[in-house]
Design a protein around this ligand. Structure first.
Ligand SMILES: [Zn+2]
Length: 261
């Protein structure tokens, strides 16, 4: 751990903190980015989650190109001890056998999925929260090992220019959703709101907006969305998103009024 307490992890997981952008390595020493102090090891009584006993399997994520990155991160946690308590004050105290442990707040929110009774869960987050997704997944597998979790990682969408907020300029919630989904370039981690799509959506009539939304959710690849016999939930979901959010296709279907067929 470091002097300010931000870096506080088990020795085996120490290299992961540079991926979380909390510290950097300098001449084989791990330096905290906040307090600039070198991390030192110490012996303490702590609470840990042993991942050895959890059947972690493989994370299903859409888009496919993030599969390697997220599963490499998951694999680095297989057969390790994840620290559940921190040395610093966290605001969440737990007393076990007369010892007070400060529970890591990340370990509290990451139990979020276990509050749902559903066995199929789709979790949405931007490409900036891959690390949080892995933690969420590990906790869900530790609590409900049999649930099927699929992650959808939406590209992080930025405005084309710093001083223009295209999203904020739209008042209609449905148009906001359309702009967001149509601007997602699923092969990229980051992309931009498109001025062209924004301008076209602004010329949409009330009926166009309703129909376009219907097409996106009901007609992913020109035919009514229906899971085919040999398709698992992941493949079906992946197809739905990929084709459903293609603006040019949506526009073509809209002109042909495919949803009226
Ligand atoms: Zn520090």
């Amino acid at each position: 751990m470091c002097d300010c307490g931000i870096i506080n992890t088990t020795k085996e997981n120490i290299t992961k903190i540079s991926k979380m952008k909390l510290a950097h390595i300098e001449n084989d020493r791990i330096i905290c980015d906040k307090c600039n102090c070198e991390c030192k090891s110490s012996m303490q009584k702590v609470l840990i989650l042993k991942t050895k006993d959890i059947n972690l399997g493989e994370i299903q994520i859409f888009p496919d190109n993030l599969s390697k990155e997220i599963n490499d991160l998951l694999n680095s946690y297989k057969d390790t001890n994840i620290l559940l308590s921190k040395t610093r004050e966290t605001g969440v105290r737990l007393e076990i056998e007369n010892i007070i442990f400060n529970i890591d707040v990340d370990m509290i929110w990451s139990q979020y999925l276990s509050f749902y009774n559903d066995t199929n869960i789709v979790t949405v987050g931007s490409s900036h929260v891959i690390f949080a997704m892995v933690l969420l997944y590990i906790m869900e597998k530790a609590i409900n090992g049999t649930n099927n979790v699929i992650f959808l990682s939406v590209p992080y969408i930025k405005n084309p220019q710093m001083d223009i907020d295209l999203f904020a300029e739209i008042k209609n919630n449905k148009v906001r959703k359309l702009l967001t989904m149509f601007c997602c370039k699923w092969n990229s981690k980051e992309c931009y709101f498109s001025q062209e799509i924004y301008d076209k959506l602004n010329r949409f009539s009330e009926q166009d907006i309703v129909d376009s939304y219907k097409i996106m959710t009901k007609y992913s690849d020109g035919v009514k969305n229906q899971q085919s016999e040999n398709e698992n939930e992941y493949k079906y979901f992946s197809r739905l998103i990929k084709y459903g959010t293609n603006f040019q296709k949506n526009l073509t279907y809209l002109r042909n009024r495919i949803n009226k067929q």
